[in-house]
Design a protein around this ligand. Sequence first.
Ligand SMILES: NC(=O)c1ccc[n+]([C@@H]2O[C@H](COP(=O)([O-])OP(=O)(O)OC[C@H]3O[C@@H](n4cnc5c(N)ncnc54)[C@H](OP(=O)(O)O)[C@@H]3O)[C@@H](O)[C@H]2O)c1
Length: 350
Amino acid sequence: MNIPRNEALPERIGNVDELDELLSRPDAATIETLSRIDGDIIVLGVAGKMGPTLARMAKRASELVGAKRRVIGVSRFSNAEQSDALNQHGIDTYQCDLLDEESVQHLPAAPNVIYMAGMKFGSSGNEPLTWAMNTGLPAIVCRKFCRSRIVAFSTGNIYGLTSIQRGGSTEADAPQPVGEYAMSCLGRERMFEYFSSARHIPVILFRLNYACELRYGVLVDIAQRVWRGETVDLAMGRFNTIWQGDANAVALRSLAHAASPPLALNVTGPELMRVRDVAEQFGALMKKSVSFTGVEGETALLSNSSRARQMFGEPQVPVAKLISWVANWVSHDGASLGKPTHFESREGKF
Ligand SMILES: NC(=O)c1ccc[n+]([C@@H]2O[C@H](COP(=O)([O-])OP(=O)(O)OC[C@H]3O[C@@H](n4cnc5c(N)ncnc54)[C@H](OP(=O)(O)O)[C@@H]3O)[C@@H](O)[C@H]2O)c1
């Protein structure tokens, strides 16, 4: 089989079409993995920030190796245009409120599930729905897809804050979630663990820490503050991040490693980024002066991604490249999703 080689990264990204093309471009390893895995792929909660490019990557990789596979996207499609856009890229779409168990029963079966539905923003003040979405929904999904392998998106927030000196929480650390959002996400993991064991469902607990592209992400949050001349808060002084295309690729490749009991994977970049340094880099690249507020804490929300990097290699997009893409995008008035990550929150309120 002819697996295409990885293409070189561009100097800069000029528009949303180029951005989406790059975010959904499968690398050689992803193409190879999807050539080995049988069956359709269903993406639950496809219409968010990551799902459209992940689904498109799965479709592109499958087409490149001539695999006859449906890639299916499920969401409520609060924004109807998302469904049309996915259809144009060959992805079949189903409109479904996943909390409606009867509707879920009518979804097509698929051997491969990427579970991306969740609730974070607006969770403070709407705790019952947060728990229903993050902790209740996995039970509905596991009952329906009990013969599938599942990559269940989770979050590094389940760990809570960790000492910067330690180099980030590892998968062996005991969870210490701060706030109801993080607690409900730990509940999500526990439900997947329970069903994985009770029904022998192979699962990956995909603990992501801040995917970043050019319209959203921690780097975008910092760059926008610098660009607008706003102060940058140092209280959460460190963070991890990963190019969203790399996170998409690892999610798809993880399908081949789903296990019962589940395998937990921290998915983020190798660096423990320092907010002060990153803001100063943006200041230099965008020719802006930078001002700070707050004091850097000794703890931060940080994950150690050694396990995932041993399994899948280093991210294709180094963080220095991502910073230069973001600086160019923000300073040329590139599109923004207007969805700040709130990575500064130390109380776990979102
Ligand atoms: N992006 C990150 O950096 C990051 C970091 C850590 C963890 N994660 C986790 O990774 C997952 C994917 O990330 P994301 O940023 O793409 O999330 P997202 O933007 O919140 O997307 C999730 C999508 O799920 C759909 N959804 C929500 N409730 C639903 C329901 N009841 N029925 C059907 N669909 C529903 C929503 O689309 P509709 O409104 O159209 O239904 C929503 O856009 C999320 O679970 C997130 O918590 C992401």
